[in-house]
Design a protein around this ligand. Structure first.
Ligand code: ZN
Length: 256
């Protein structure tokens, strides 16, 4: 079967390839893009054997050479020729404030900060009815603010939500510009798929509101697209649950 297929390919090739051997050679030649002298120099330089030498040279320059890394008299290859010398800032003068015994410190086990797991795994699941409402936080920057504005308008036109104002700087646990809307639990099965299809690529944090704002932002989250850091470590572990007061006037029928 393979043989027959090869025969077929050969015939097809012979039928379509009318060029003479000389012309074919020319065509093949045209497909090859040769390295410039400079490209080739870099390719040679970055070959594994050469890299070893460069690393050795860099270590020498920073005073980290272990006796066996660079043999005496070994040629140093570097961009710009053998006269090239890397510029290394001078070392700081002084002493480390941490002392010089830190490597002897025992490895500590941090206390669990996940809610309900302070003393090992929880005995029972947490009731889902502890969630009283949700927030959707939309993150953007100067490249994506128009997308944020569009999703914000679309959402406000369609859903009865509590829409916050624009935060052009980090605010609360949110480390980039953002806006948010809050919504009641009954909207969750609509808003989640709607955001999945209409995020325009923005990073969106969906978090529930329970009586533990820190866990709401750090451990109970859903993300649309990529996640990003949330600076909620110092948020209270106990607080009154956030209430939602819808302030939009949706007038556009939801697309279905
Ligand atoms: Zn929130």
């Amino acid at each position: 079967m393979v043989y027959l297929y090869d025969q077929y390919l050969l015939k097809a090739f012979q039928a379509t390839e009318k060029a003479t051997t000389k012309e074919r050679a020319m065509h093949d030649e045209e497909r090859i893009v040769y390295n410039t002298a400079e490209d080739q120099e870099w390719a040679d330089l970055l070959s594994p054997a050469r890299r070893k030498i460069i690393v050795g040279a860099a270590l020498t320059a920073t005073g980290l050479t272990a006796g066996n890394i660079v043999a005496a008299g070994q040629e140093v290859i570097a961009p710009g020729g053998s006269s090239f010398k890397p510029i290394v800032p001078p070392p700081d003068v002084g002493k480390s404030p941490w002392g010089y015994e830190t490597y002897k410190e025992p490895t500590p086990r941090p206390r669990s900060v996940r809610p309900g797991e302070e003393n090992g795994l929880p005995k029972t699941p947490r009731p889902y009815t502890d969630i009283k409402s949700y927030h959707a936080h939309f993150y953007f920057d100067d490249d994506t603010y128009e997308k944020a504005a569009l999703v914000r308008r679309w959402a406000a036109e369609r859903f009865p939500v509590e829409l916050g104002n624009w935060n052009l700087e980090p605010r609360g646990p949110h480390v980039t510009p953002s806006f948010y809307f809050g919504f009641t639990n009954d909207l969750l099965p609509i808003i989640v798929p709607w955001l999945q299809l209409n995020s325009l690529g923005l990073t969106i944090l969906l978090h529930p509101n329970t009586d533990d704002p820190r866990a709401d932002h750090l451990y109970y989250t859903l993300w649309v697209n990529r996640s990003q850091p949330v600076n909620a470590y110092n948020m209270p572990k106990q607080a009154s649950v956030e209430k939602i007061f819808p302030n939009t006037r949706p007038a556009v029928k939801l697309e279905t």
